[in-house]
Write a new protein. Structure first.
Length: 124
């Protein structure tokens, strides 16, 4: 990955984390997959909300922040209808916003544990 691409990914990643924090998303995790052969993207960002409403609000916050501050739109969004697991696809970053029970069930952090996992400190 070129330096300018890397910087763009880092900025996008930071905006996504900020948007999650603004809506009080829990247990934010980033997984760097950039060095894993045949991975589907460079990063996963995973978090959860406590309700359907909060999960939807987190997803909308991410969409709005990236659109307004970086003129970036999601390539694809899935799961907003029931907000149990919302996937936002930004090509190089896939964001997974879960309800807590679904996050525990699917355990994406464990499935992709060969990536570099970083846990983001929760804001109070």
């Amino acid at each position: 990955m070129e330096e300018s691409e890397s910087l763009m990914v880092e900025q996008k990643k930071q905006l996504i984390v900020e948007a999650i924090q603004e809506k009080k998303g829990h247990q934010i995790v980033t997984i760097d997959l950039s060095e894993i052969e045949n991975s589907i993207c460079d990063y996963f960002i995973i978090c959860h909300g406590e309700s359907v409403t909060q999960v939807g609000a987190i997803a909308e916050s991410i969409n709005k922040k990236l659109k307004e501050e970086a003129q970036i739109r999601a390539h694809h969004v899935e799961g907003l209808q029931n907000s149990q697991w919302v996937l936002l696809d930004y090509f190089d970053i896939l964001v997974h916003v879960f309800q807590e029970d679904y996050r525990s069930f699917y355990r994406l952090e464990e499935l992709w544990a060969d990536g570099k996992v970083a846990r983001i400190e929760e804001t109070v």
